[in-house]
Design a protein around this ligand. Structure first.
Ligand code: SF4
Length: 163
């Protein structure tokens, strides 16, 4: 049974910075839950950040730049939280490796989990194309990352995977 790594907030866990979740209503996700396919992670909490916490954004770059030391992550109070984000990404990767996971479904727009869109670092609500730190690290290690808007594509991809 192909397991899937998934952002905790998508399954209703109140792990977001604002103590809320982004639960998705989806028959296929319910089916995957029943099949025990889903391995849940919140990289920011795993990295040592609290709930609630100030929102954070990548400054001048994307997740791959953070991993390369070319960009950092600040929270809205101006505190550098880069190390916690990197640690959380590493823990998510360890979890994926432990369960031989090849697929992740991560919450779009997050500085950790965003897979094609993130905020621009100005805390003004402006989004730019880019990925979060966990999405970048998982991709770097060969894991296919999807957003919560791509569940049909995930189903299709599972069907194409070699055993
Ligand atoms: Fe959700 Fe990922 Fe943010 Fe955790 S780090 S709250 S799982 S988007």
């Amino acid at each position: 049974m192909e397991k899937i790594l998934i952002s905790g907030c998508l399954l209703g866990m109140n792990v977001r910075y604002d103590n809320k979740n982004q639960s998705i209503e989806s028959e296929i996700v319910i089916k995957w839950q029943r099949e025990s396919r889903l391995v849940v992670v919140c990289p920011e909490v795993e990295g040592g950040l609290f709930v609630p916490r100030p929102p954070a954004e990548i400054v001048e770059g994307g997740g791959e730049d953070v991993l390369n030391g070319k960009a950092g992550i600040l929270n809205k109070n101006g505190e550098d939280v880069t190390a916690a984000f990197i640690r959380g990404a590493e823990i998510a990767l360890e979890l994926a490796k432990r369960f031989s996971i090849r697929i992740a479904i991560l919450k779009e727009k997050s500085p950790s989990c965003g897979s094609s869109s993130i905020y621009d670092g100005s805390f003004s609500g402006k989004r730019i194309p880019g990925q979060g730190v966990t999405a970048a690290l998982l991709r770097k290690n060969g894991i296919k990352v999807f957003s919560e808007k791509q569940l049909a594509a995930v189903q299709e991809y599972i069907g194409l995977l070699p055993n």
